[in-house]
Ligand binder design. Structure first.
Ligand SMILES: CC(=O)Nc1cnc2ccccc2c1
Length: 445
């Protein structure tokens, strides 16, 4: 349907009804604000990326799960001031229910774990790839949807779970040709902040809110962070102590500040030791400024970054040991990460690591005359049964078109049906790389 169609009929034809297009021209063919279509060339890249997500998940023995893109709003009502819960793509449905398009996958995963209850034998190692949504005032022109790969381990309190997740992230980067000189992973632990805050009087309830504010330290001016922290009721000296603690860049300094029996110090040391075992320690660096912006993290937090510093975080995650109990479930330790589909593609572009992905078939089946179409179907069916990807030329095309078409689809062979050859039970086969042409009996195809 050409965009030049001037009347509704030419777009939809007289029989079909459709929304009266405004100027009698074509409907608005762009997708809703902040969303994307995936035409074939883009869908090939997305499929390639998701296949890599799945292959790594399978390599680590994870099982795939999925849940609705639509969830009850209550799953995301948190009072910590997170951007993600302030930008819910939410509405009231026709049953008067408060629902929302999910902004992240972890709460759905927690809901599913609680639903499975005791029947789910721990530990669970689940992964999902799902579209997540946000509603931003279009003043910022940012996307309102993206796809996220999540891997989560439920039921393991020890940092061996985080080590497995980090190993999976490193395996994914390596699989795509990204190395530790391209990307690093910053690691910290929210128990650092807990310890530092614990020493100065703030209510436990505002701990999450403090983390959400501190997470913005590199995005908004320090004065703004200080202002928001004091607005939470933090005494000024506590603000200074926090911001000073966040500048720590070595575990030794951390141990110096918090002591060797501090939980954060113990857990981080264990994690770095495991990283040496897995062989990815050169990807990791302790960085106390990493807190991540989600309210429910309680322990280890991490994020992957590009070492040129030009891109936003590539992926991130951490431990969330209280999330299931805040949903009314039994206290169950959990940790996981989210890996978006946007920044990774920007990184691959910059590193010239994007794959060449073309639409390919093995054989083009070309009946030379319309009467031979049933025979062409026999040939195509036979080839497809053998697992060969076949494109049957449709519409009354000439050979010239068929050869151009074969080239576009990078076909290996052109299988031509002519009445003379068919009468002898054979078809003409042209090998499109050697240019060699020969008649073959059907059985030898
Ligand atoms: C770069 C990008 O697309 N970010 C993005 C886009 N959509 C989202 C939707 C929900 C939550 C986070 C999101 C993040």
């Amino acid at each position: 349907l050409s965009a030049s169609a001037t009347t509704q009929e030419s777009v939809r034809g007289p029989s079909q009804a459709g929304p009266p297009s405004t100027d009698g021209g074509v409907i608005d063919t762009s997708p809703p604000r902040g969303t994307r279509d995936f035409p074939p060339e883009d869908m090939r890249l997305r499929t390639w990326l998701f296949n890599n997500f799945r292959e790594v998940s399978s390599l680590f023995g994870f099982e795939e799960i999925d849940f609705p893109v639509l969830e009850s709003e209550e799953l995301y009502i948190r009072k910590a001031g997170e951007e993600i819960t302030q930008q819910l793509y939410n509405f009231e449905d026709k049953g008067g229910r408060r629902v929302t398009l999910r902004p992240e996958l972890t709460p759905s995963l927690a809901r599913l774990v609680l639903q499975k209850g005791k029947s789910a034998s721990l530990p669970l190692k689940w992964f999902a790839i799902g579209q997540c949504w946000r509603y931003e005032r279009m003043t910022r022109g940012r996307r309102r949807e993206h796809y996220q790969w999540n891997m989560d381990i439920i039921g393991i309190p020890g940092v061996e779970a985080e080590a497995e997740l980090l190993s999976a992230i490193v395996a994914f980067f390596s699989k795509l040709g990204i190395t530790s000189s391209d990307v690093g992973i910053k690691i910290s632990n929210r128990k650092v902040l807990q310890e530092v805050l614990g020493r100065s009087v703030i209510p436990e309830s505002s701990f999450a809110a403090v983390c959400v504010i501190v997470d913005k330290i590199e995005k908004i001016p320090r004065a703004e962070v200080e202002k928001e922290l004091t607005a939470l009721g933090l005494p000024v000296e506590a603000v200074d102590t926090i911001l000073r603690a966040l500048t720590l860049r070595s575990l030794d300094d951390l141990e110096e500040l918090l002591g060797s029996d501090n939980e954060a110090v113990v857990e981080l040391k264990q994690l770095f030791e495991l990283a040496r075992g897995y062989g990815f320690e050169d990807w990791l660096q302790f960085d106390a400024s990493v807190v991540r912006g989600l309210a429910y993290y309680t322990g280890t937090v991490f994020e992957a970054f590009d070492r040129t510093g030009t891109l936003r975080a590539i992926c991130g995650g951490g431990r969330y040991d209280k999330l299931l109990s805040t949903f009314g479930g039994v206290d169950t330790p959990a940790c996981g990460f989210g890996f978006g589909d946007a920044v990774i593609v920007e990184l691959l572009k910059e590193k010239k690591l994007l794959p060449e992905l073309n639409h390919e078939v093995d054989d083009i089946v070309m009946p030379l005359e319309e009467e031979l179409r049933p025979q062409a179907a026999i040939v195509a069916a036979r080839l497809r049964t053998q697992g060969r990807r076949v494109d049957v030329v449709m519409g009354n095309k000439k050979m010239k078109w068929a050869f151009k078409h074969a080239e576009r689809l990078q076909a290996k062979r052109m299988v031509i049906l002519g009445s003379t050859e068919w009468a002898k039970g054979s078809v003409r086969v042209k090998d499109l790389s050697s240019r060699e042409e020969k008649d073959l009996p059907l059985e030898e195809l």
